[in-house]
Every structure is written in structure tokens, then in C-alpha cells.
Design a protein around this ligand. Sequence first.
Ligand code: ATP
Ligand code: AMO
Length: 434
Amino acid sequence: MQDRTYTADAEPGDDVTVAGWVHEIRDLGGIAFLILRDTSGKIQIKFEKDEMDDDLVETGLDASRESVVTVSGAVEEEPRAPTGVEVTPESVEVVAPADPELPLDPSGKVDADLSTRLDNRTLDLRKEDVQSVFEIRSGVLNAVRDQFREFDCTEINTPKIVATGTEGGTELFPITYFGEEAFMNQSPQLFKQLIAGSNVERVFEIGPIFRAEEHNTPRHLNEATSIDFEGAFCDHQDAMDVAEGVVKSAYEAVQENFGDELEAIGIADEFEVPEGDFPRISYEEAIERINATGELDEQLVWGDDLSTPAEEALGQDVGGHYFITDWPSEIKPFYIKDHDDDPELSTGFDLMHPRMELVSGGQREHRHEKLIEGFEQQGLDPDQFEYYTKMFKYGMPPHAGFGLGGERLIMTLLGLDNIREAVLFPRDRQRLSP
Ligand code: ATP
Ligand code: AMO
């Protein structure tokens, strides 16, 4: 790496070479300042026109905003400088000039709409608040990994090109695989179960999922990051405990390590780690409570899925994270196990943030015959899934798991308006590049 000092590490008395982008030039006449920005912060470079070499002054002050420059010089204390120090330059080099016509203002003084921001993500990420979202995202994924390791899980990676879908046929992206029909995977569901049934027992995966969602909403992506868990000898209650632990660990890590980033995003004062156990509300109670709010035009009846307004009404009523448990079997997928004492009721659960669903999970059907029956009830051909079902003949333990939407976790944790703000290069109906 180039011999350079991060701006945040420049101390009075040091001779440094700093490298970064021209954030701003302030010309006050006899004195002018170049504010240089790098990943660690900003530093003021001082040009005293009468006392410095003309070429040096010209190179520094003629550099267009967002050009990449390196500056060598002495660091001095200067109380009037934004960071309390400034550099008196001995040399300035423009390493990569920037076109003065910028499509987006990285100083953030001029607002840009989301579409312009996403089209120019490199410039967008030069803004401190935007960079902070992705520093936090990286920190959250670290915390989640640590938490899974505490639960004795092994990290796995499963294929993203697959022969069958699991989460609804209309949401599949078809591709051609050497002349055969194949799909982009919607969920690691079947693969994580196949590994939980081995001696590995407890697994997690953080990876992409692909959904051909037709609708364009602020909380759906066509390529999302799924945080998946699967554990042998676990039931749905255990899986809920793990989901709760993982979500809380994300909040705790942000609280502990990302104070400056929360400040930059402007939410440091309101950010809170969720306290206490997340309530576990049955589906039956959920629809009663939603109906009691009077927020919906039509009353919900047993068997209805929860619409967005229904979820929002319940979210407001509960006021924090909560689980919805014991869903009707008929609206949960074939791999979810029903309660032994009531086949109308499933062990499926969702973990909700007041704004939206974060997690789906449940105990799995591990009995071969019942699994095959489940496929038939959902109108799926069990023969197509033989690669999966046959392993249920060779000692498949009871097991349970869940999938947590990574971007939804970041979006709700940081109060972002649009899920696209939590992905570097989102994929949606309109967006296939960059
Ligand atoms: P001119 O009179 O043509 O503006 P000058 O060299 O006399 O040139 P100063 O009077 O020193 O300029 O400063 C001009 C402005 O810049 C003042 O508002 C001063 O507070 C500010 N200033 C001067 N030096 C610094 C510095 N090192 N950091 C930040 N602000 C500074
Ligand atoms: P489900 O389909 O509910 O369950 O997905 C799990 C979680 O993934 C997130 N998610 C999405 N996020 C953004 N855009 C999308 N298009 C999108 N689709 C899903 C949500 C959702 O709660 N196999 C099961 C999980 C399991 O039972 O283990 C599954 O995929 O946050």
C-alpha cells in the first residue's frame, strides 16, 4: 500500500503524505483552504498565496471538486481548522482529476433522488451518512456471525443455481443450464435442512436469494441477502430463541461500536436496543387484535394471510418486535411441520418489526411419509424433489430453522425509508445495472 497517513491520524508535529478527494476549496483571498477527505475523515490544507510557490498554490486551488490528490507537508495545530489541525503543503499532486460536472454532490449540500444516487453509487458513498450505513451493515453481519458461532453453528454455502423452487413458483427466475431448465435459488431452505440432518447438525448461511417479485415496493428486492439458520434436535421455540438472539445481537453491536456512524446518519439520540423478550402472539390472537384496532375495512377471518395494512395495524398495537406463532397449516409451505395435536395448526412463525416482517421459520416435517403428503397437498410433484426427500429415509432428526432478511434487518434497525438504501447495488424491476 502507498505510504500515506489517514487524515484522522495526522498529529501536530508530523510530516505526512495524505491522499484523498477534494471535498471543498474555500478561497478567502490571500489565504485559501483545500479540504481533503479520505475514509477516516477530513483535513484542512492551507495555501498562503503570497508566501508559497505559485505552481503549488495553482495546482492545489485549481483542482476540481472530487479530484484525487496527494499532499505532503507538515501538520500544525490550528484551532480555527475544522479538525483542529491543518497541513501546510510542500507538494501537491493531482492523481486523478474529476470532471467539474458532477452528477451528484458528495458534500450533501444538494439533495439527490434515490435513483440518481444508485446510478452514481461511488459518488453517493462518499457521503458520510451513506458510508455509515454500509459500515454498520458490515458490523451487523460480523455480529450475526459471532452470535451463530455462540450457538455452535457452522457457516455453510449452498448452491444458487438449482433445479426446483421452494417459496412459490411465480417468484422464480428461470435460467438455462446447459440446455436444461434451472432457476436462481429463492432460499437455501432444502439444502440447509439436508445439512442439519448430517452430523453437522447446526448451520447458518448468509447469502443471496433471488425472487421474481413483480411488485415494486420499498421493502422488496429481487436479489436480497438471507440470513438462514437450521438446527437438528431443535423445535420452533428453539428457532425463535435463536432468531431473537441474532436480531438483538445486531442492535447491541451497533450500540456498542457504531456511535459515530449513528451520529452521521442522524439517529444517535433515538437508537435503542430492544429490551425484554419479544412477545409470542398466536395467529388467532393476532387477527383478533388487528380486528379490534378498527384500522381495516374488512374484518380478518381464520385462514387469511396478513396484508401490509394488517401487519402495520398490529405493529402499532404491539409497539416493538414480536412473533406471530401457530399459523394455519394451509398458508405455510410443505416443509413446515403441523402441531401433533392439531393438524390445522402449523409450527410456522414470523418475527415482526412494527414496520414489517423480518423472519419466517418453523419446525420442519422430518417424517418421510408426511413430507410426501405435504408436497401432494400443495400440488407439487414429490418426484421432482427426490434429491431432497430421499435423505428423509436415512435418519432425519427433528429440526427447525428460519430465514431473516438481511436488508430488512438493516432497514428497520436504521429507520431507512427504502430497502434499496441498505444494498450497494439493488436489483429491482427497473434496475439491472450498475
Ligand atoms: P485576506 O485578508 O486577503 O483575506 P489573509 O491572509 O489576511 O487574507 P486572514 O485575515 O488570515 O487572511 O484570514 C481570513 C479568514 O480566514 C478569517 O476569517 C480567518 O478567521 C480565517 N482563517 C485564517 N487562517 C485560518 C486557518 N488556519 N484556519 C481556518 N480559518 C482561518
Ligand atoms: P420467506 O420467504 O418468508 O421464508 O423469507 C424469509 C425472509 O427473507 C426476507 N425476504 C425478502 N427481503 C427483501 N426482498 C424480498 N423479495 C424478500 N423475500 C424474502 C424477509 C423474509 O421474512 N425458507 C423460508 C425461511 C425458513 O423457513 O427458514 C423463507 O424463505 O425478511
